[in-house]
Design a protein. Structure first.
Length: 326
């Protein structure tokens, strides 16, 4: 087991029995604080500092090593997606950035450097995210879909699994010839032998999503052998039966990103803010103030739409997904 220093804002829970090495983060995107709430609830229930998670703590109901914490604490404090406004933490995990002193000056990149070794050392990583549109259901985002990803996804009661491949790397200028080079936390974990995925909990301002997400994370941690029932009892939650029963799952692939030209975009209809909305090629999603139309470039499903409140800052308007296996 690698003996690595624990990064800031991370608590290490270690067990008395062997088990997997697992990391769970909330707040990789600083304005997605519902995930932070899940982490804080767990730490609080264990009697640990939930504002500044830290230290190494032994629990008999933990197996192996479980690291819980806040991805980008300074961005969380400011309630912004990233600190720099240039590249958020979930676009920093690439050798191209870590090896460039100029890139390393970015505050978000510095945080990535603090986290990269621990993420490279884990068996499992779960990144708790949420989206900016209030018309969504929870889903899983990942950058590769191995057998182990498929196995772990089954523990989540979600219908939609979205393989983002390298598309998100294009946001920050990374060559997409190698699809496993996305600069995300999860991709970094995958590239170093772990199994990483993002759980998109729902709308970023909808804190009513946190009790269920908490139950789901506890259920998943138990299924992968990271925690025992005693842990769940200590947190004081009962897992809803709808979480443990198998959900039919569909895997989609991200194929296209509509960039935001920041010219006061307006949706042509509210329904275009609905995640997983099936669309046909050429549908008018909306119009910029200067009259330029934004239409879908192919058939597919709309995902990761900019919520109306984020249209002024979100670098993308929407993404298009298609079924992975057609
Ligand atoms: Zn996010």
């Amino acid at each position: 087991m690698p003996n690595l220093p624990i990064p800031r804002y991370i608590s290490h829970l270690h067990g008395t029995k062997p088990g997997p090495r697992v990391v769970v983060f909330g707040g990789t995107h600083g304005d997605e604080t519902t995930g932070v709430e899940v982490i804080r609830t767990i730490l609080q229930s264990l009697g640990l500092d939930s504002d500044v998670p830290s230290g190494s703590h032994k629990f008999s109901f933990v197996n192996g090593d479980l690291f819980l914490g806040i991805g980008n604490p300074e961005a969380v404090a400011k309630d912004t997606r990233s600190l720099s406004g240039i590249r958020d933490l979930n676009r920093c995990f690439h050798e191209q950035f870590f090896s460039d002193p100029k890139e390393m000056e970015l505050s978000d990149q510095k945080r990535a450097a603090e986290l990269k070794d621990i993420l490279a050392s884990v068996n499992y990583f779960f990144d708790l995210h949420s989206v900016s549109t209030d018309r969504t259901v929870p889903f899983i985002g990942l950058t590769t879909f191995t057998k182990e990803h498929a196995r772990v996804c089954k523990f989540f009661p979600v219908s939609y699994i979205l393989n983002v491949h390298s598309i998100l790397g294009r946001d920050v200028g990374i060559d997409d010839r190698n699809f496993e080079q996305a600069p995300t936390t999860c991709s970094w974990v995958n590239r170093h032998g772990g199994t990483g995925l993002a759980y998109e909990m729902g709308f970023q301002k909808d804190f009513s999503s946190t009790p269920r997400a908490l139950q789901i994370i506890l259920h998943v941690l138990k299924e992968i052998g990271s925690i025992d029932d005693g842990f769940i009892q200590k947190i004081g939650v009962t897992i809803d039966p709808s979480i443990t029963k198998k959900t039919e799952q569909h895997v989609f692939r991200l194929i296209f990103c509509e960039r935001n030209k920041f010219k006061n975009f307006q949706y042509s209809d509210d329904r275009y803010t609905e995640s997983w909305l099936p669309v046909k090629n050429g549908e008018l999603v909306g119009t910029y103030a200067d009259g330029e139309e934004v239409r879908t470039a192919s058939d597919g499903l709309l995902v990761f739409q900019a919520g109306k409140q984020t249209l002024g800052i979100n670098p993308s308007i929407f993404y298009l997904a298609v079924p992975e296996y057609e």
